[in-house]
Ligand binder design. Sequence first.
Ligand code: PLP
Length: 381
Amino acid sequence: MTAILPTYKRFEVRVKQAYGTKIEDIEGKQYLDFGSGIGVCNLGHRHPDVQSAIEEQLNHYWHVSNLYYNPIQEDVAKLLTTNSVADYVFFCNSGAEANEAAIKLARKATEKTKIITFKQSFHGRTFATMSATGQEKIQVGFGPMLETFVYVPYNDLNAVIDAIDDETAAVMLELVQGEGGVIPAEASFVRELEKICREKSVVLIIDEIQTGMGRTGKRFAYEHFGIKPDILTLAKGLGNGLPVGAMLANEKFYDVFGPGSHGSTFGGNPLAMAAAKAVLNIVFNEEFLNHVQIKSDYLRSMLLEKISDLPIVKSIRGKGLMLGIECTKDISELIPQFIQNGLLVLVAGPTVIRLLPPLTVSKKEIDEAVRVIRDVLVDYK
Ligand SMILES: *Cc1c(COP(=O)(O)O)cnc(C)c1O
């Protein structure tokens, strides 16, 4: 029996401990974790550098509020701004909160109300971020949604142009739609979109909650496109398992949130900051990122070699170590079979298997995962 509200349909895995790419359940069965706790434990479970950073911080202070200077917040903010196009950081505790901050900032800065988002997007579960999410299944039963948001088809520039008017504050998008099906943005679309946002003084918000912190083989996914977003939102992999979110903004927004206009009691929690600092010191490293790209190429080539001939496999797509296997039919009932075979994977919609292995995954672990994926898919007609 459980005293927890059933907001998640849980699989029959009772976790005992985890290390690196492996999770062990209470019966001693081992699993390869190719979901990383939904793109969170990007350096693997209990990465030693992150663990010792948290342990060290435990001996200093856990929480003192944002009424005082927490030097460790300054360190993380510096790492984020020197490694991105952004100039200032607001810390919070989750992705949805980072997007809330972005939405509020864009509206206050522009004094406009409308925000354009995309069909199949995912931006969170709070009221505003649910409203921003262009998927009916996320919104059903909670309506009416906020009028602020207008949804247009992804990768459709003309639809954005048609939707922009004098009331448009911002455009917000993921550069690889994660929950919506591992759908990458087209390069020409992203570049033109940036140009139009500049011309029309529309704030460009990039949701890098899933794609940031090295996941796509660059520090941030926007680097693949050579664009300069006005606002970036981060969370998931930032703390490698400790809850933390961040909104990064261009210096032109420095004065928009004055003291008292936005905040978060737990935002920038010192333990989460210690984790984030250790994470960023690892992932903001060219050699590390090159290895992510090498592993991505390897995983992709192994999938192409071993499963692309199966009739159920329609396409393999994504960026870096954020890959989707699109199937010709509903694969949700296959997930327990992957689990039985010792592999944890995610889905993105009914027909897409989503792989988000730790960025530290080994070649051997990739081989093992691909073997299980083939074994399960080969029998599914
Ligand atoms: C997970 C996710 C969110 C929401 O993050 P939470 O921490 O669950 O609030 C928002 N946007 C994207 C792209 C995500 O992947």
